[in-house]
Design a protein around this ligand. Structure first.
Ligand SMILES: Nc1nc2c(ncn2[C@@H]2O[C@H](COP(=O)(O)OP(=O)(O)OP(=O)(O)O)[C@@H](O)[C@H]2O)c(=O)[nH]1
Length: 212
């Protein structure tokens, strides 16, 4: 009997021209491509390995979905979300906040994971959004937060996507556990500890590796 390959559906959202395609392609290919055809959504399929388990990743890099009116559809489809803004564009930060707001309204109470990504960190000289604003917003919506530059390097972008995927995979594993009775607080902390790398005494275990 063949076991199904686990799958994570990722949606990349954000205002126009913040670098959604740039960060997505940087993550997938390590390359930076300056210009993309706007007004198109791009769909990618990609595989990563979590603790020797091959996982299929589907990434939807969206474009102008507020104007096209397909935000709702994209939010319904995805289970992990990267919300991108540009640090030199205050308006894009407000739009990111609006998307996080919509996510909360449309997705809860089902599980989803989200990542707030401040792109174009290299344009520090014309910054309109400070790091603290990003942190604050991520705390408000309980999402991960990274500032990156798709133009300048691969490492930051890769780390951000890996964290989002790892959290999403952990949530999937938790959901798939055959819980027949209510777990006590200790049991829940044990399960979380196993996934996030702590044992029940609070000692940190070696983090499982992720190769892409
Ligand atoms: N300086 C700088 N420019 C960037 C960076 N990332 C993307 N850009 C530039 O920003 C512009 C928009 O990038 P895209 O990746 O097309 O942005 P997008 O959000 O996918 O755009 P739409 O699909 O039209 O909404 C391009 O000119 C990129 O070269 C970055 O990290 N730093």
């Amino acid at each position: 009997m063949t076991t199904a390959v686990p799958k994570i559906r990722v949606v990349v959202l954000g205002s126009s021209k913040v670098g959604k395609s740039a960060v997505t392609v940087r993550y997938l290919t390590k390359r930076y491509i300056g210009e993309y055809c706007s007004s198109m959504d791009y769909f990618y399929r990609h595989y990563v390995e979590f603790d020797t388990v091959r996982t299929e990743i589907e990434i939807l890099d969206t474009s102008d979905c507020e104007k096209k009116g397909c935000l709702y559809e994209h939010i319904r489809w995805g289970e992990a979300f990267a919300i991108v803004y540009a640090v030199n564009d205050r308006h894009s930060f407000h739009e990111a906040q609006e998307i996080l707001n919509q996510l909360t309204k449309l997705k809860l109470p089902s599980y989803y994971t989200s990542l707030l990504l401040g792109n174009k960190k290299d344009l520090d000289h014309c910054r309109e959004v400070c790091v603290d604003d990003g942190h604050e917003l991520s705390l408000k919506y309980s999402c991960q937060f990274y500032e990156v530059s798709a133009a300048e390097n691969f490492a930051g972008v890769s780390l951000a996507f890996q964290s989002l995927l790892r959290e999403s995979r952990s949530v999937q594993l938790l959901k798939s556990l055959p819980i027949r009775r209510k777990l006590g607080v200790n049991s829940v902390s044990k399960v979380l500890g196993n996934i996030f790398g702590k044992n029940s005494k609070g000692d940190r275990k070696k983090r499982p590796s992720l190769s892409i």
